[in-house]
Write a protein that binds this ligand. Structure first.
Ligand code: DAH
Length: 345
C-alpha cells in the first residue's frame, strides 16, 4: 500500500515535467488534483489499509498530496499562467479596448426653443425680463383689465393657492389678494412697466399653469413667450411685422402664418396668430398665441399717459412653436421625459 503512494508521486512528478503549456497543465490538474483525480483516489484507499497502518498511510498520503499540489503551483507560475487567481480577481484591464463614450446630456427641446427665440427677438432689439410663477390676483388679472366677472378668473380655470373660497372672497374684499400659479406671462408686462419708463422693448419666457384637460395640444403646465413694445407712435403694422418676421426666422421663409381678429381685455384691437402645422390630423391652422395694441386701461394701471405712449403686446405658446418647428404631433411627449424621444432634438 505504501508503495502506491511513492509510485503516484513519481508518476506525477514525471508527467508534470513533460507539461509544456497551460492546456497540458489543466489536463494534468484534472488527472491528479481533480475531484476524481489520482490524489483523491489515493486518499480513498485508506479504507482498505489495515488498522495499524492507517495512521502512517494517512500521514504519507497527505504529504504526497501537498507535494503534488506544491509542484503544480510552481509549474503554473513557471508557465506564467496564474489563471485561477486572475479569474477570481476579475478580468485584466485591456488598455487597447476602445473606451466607453461619455453619456452627454443635452438641453430639453423646450429650452432649445427658448434659447432660439430669445436670440431672434434679441436681434430685433428686445431685452429679456423675468417674473414670478406664483402671482397675485392684481398682476394676473386686475392690472390687465380683466374684470372680476370675467370667466378667465374662474376658480375652476386657475390654480389658486389659497383655496377657492379665499379666491372668490378676495374678489369682494378690497386690498386682499388671492395668490395663484400665473395663468399667463402677461403678468410680466405689468411688472416691467411698474418699474421702467418707456420706451420699452422686452420679452419674457416662462411657465404658466391652467387646469386644462391633457390632449395633443393642451397641458396643465406650458411655456409662453410674452412680448411688450411701448414707444411713441407704435402701430398694428409694427406688431404684424414683428410677429411675421419672428415666425419666418423660427420656421423658415416659407412658413404660413396669419393674424385673425380676436378679443383680449388688455389689448384693443386684439388678434390671434395662427400657423399652419400638423398635430396629427393633417396640416391645419393652429392658434399659437394672442396679441394686440396695449389697452389704455392697462397703461392707466402702471401710470403711463395713454395720450403719449402706445404699444403692442403678444403672448405665444412655446410648446406649439417647438411642435411646429420639429413636427412634434403631441404636446404630452414633451413632458414624458423619455430620452429616446428627447434625444432626437
Ligand atoms: N395672455 C394671453 C393668453 O395667455 C395671450 C396674449 C394675448 C398675450 C394678447 C398678450 C396679448 O400679450 O397682447 O391667452
Amino acid at each position: 500500500m505504501l508503495e502506491r503512494i511513492d509510485e503516484l508521486t513519481k508518476a506525477a512528478a514525471a508527467e508534470l515535467d513533460a507539461v509544456a503549456d497551460a492546456a497540458g497543465l489543466e489536463q494534468y490538474r484534472i488527472k491528479y488534483l481533480g475531484s476524481k483525480g489520482a490524489v483523491k483516489g489515493l486518499m480513498g484507499l485508506i479504507k482498505e489499509v489495515p488498522g495499524e497502518m492507517k495512521r502512517e498511510f494517512g500521514q504519507r498520503a497527505n504529504a504526497a498530496r501537498a507535494a503534488v499540489e506544491e509542484a503544480f503551483k510552481q509549474k503554473q507560475a513557471a508557465l506564467g499562467d496564474n489563471g485561477g487567481a486572475a479569474k477570481a480577481q476579475g478580468p485584466l484591464l485591456d488598455i487597447t479596448e476602445p473606451g466607453l463614450p461619455p453619456v452627454m446630456g443635452r438641453r430639453h427641446v423646450i429650452t432649445q426653443t427658448i434659447d432660439e427665440l430669445v436670440e431672434v427677438f434679441a436681434r430685433m432689439g428686445f431685452d429679456v425680463a423675468t417674473g414670478p410663477e406664483v402671482e397675485d390676483d392684481y398682476h394676473n388679472f386686475v392690472a390687465l383689465n380683466i374684470p372680476e366677472t370675467h370667466p378667465a378668473r374662474d376658480p375652476l380655470d386657475n390654480f389658486y393657492l389659497n383655496g377657492e373660497d379665499r379666491a372668490s372672497a378676495s374678489m369682494s374684499v378690497e386690498g386682499d389678494t388671492a395668490q395663484l400659479l400665473r395663468s399667463q406671462t402677461s403678468t410680466v408686462q405689468i411688472r416691467v412697466m411698474e418699474h421702467t419708463q418707456p420706451p420699452i422693448r422686452v420679452i419674457s419666457t416662462g411657465r404658466v399653469y391652467r387646469p386644462d384637460e391633457h390632449d395633443a395640444t393642451h397641458y396643465s403646465m406650458f411655456h409662453q413667450v410674452e412680448g411688450l413694445y411701448v414707444d411713441k407712435g407704435v402701430s398694428m403694422v409694427d406688431l404684424k411685422t414683428t410677429l411675421v418676421q419672428f415666425a419666418k426666422a423660427m420656421f423658415g421663409p416659407d412658413a404660413d402664418v396669419k393674424l385673425v381678429p380676436s378679443y383680449f381685455p388688455f389689448t384693443e384691437p386684439s388678434a390671434e396668430l395662427y400657423v399652419k402645422m400638423d398635430v396629427g390630423k393633417g396640416v391645419e391652422w393652429i392658434e399659437i398665441g394672442g396679441c394686440g395694441m396695449v389697452d389704455p386701461a392697462v397703461f392707466g394701471h402702471v401710470g403711463y399717459d395713454p395720450e403719449v405712449w402706445s404699444g403692442f403686446a403678444f403672448g405665444l405658446g412655446i410648446e406649439r412653436l417647438a411642435m411646429r418647428k420639429h413636427g412634434i404631433q403631441d404636446i404630452r411627449w414633451l413632458f414624458e421625459n423619455d430620452v429616446r424621444f428627447l434625444r432626437q432634438f
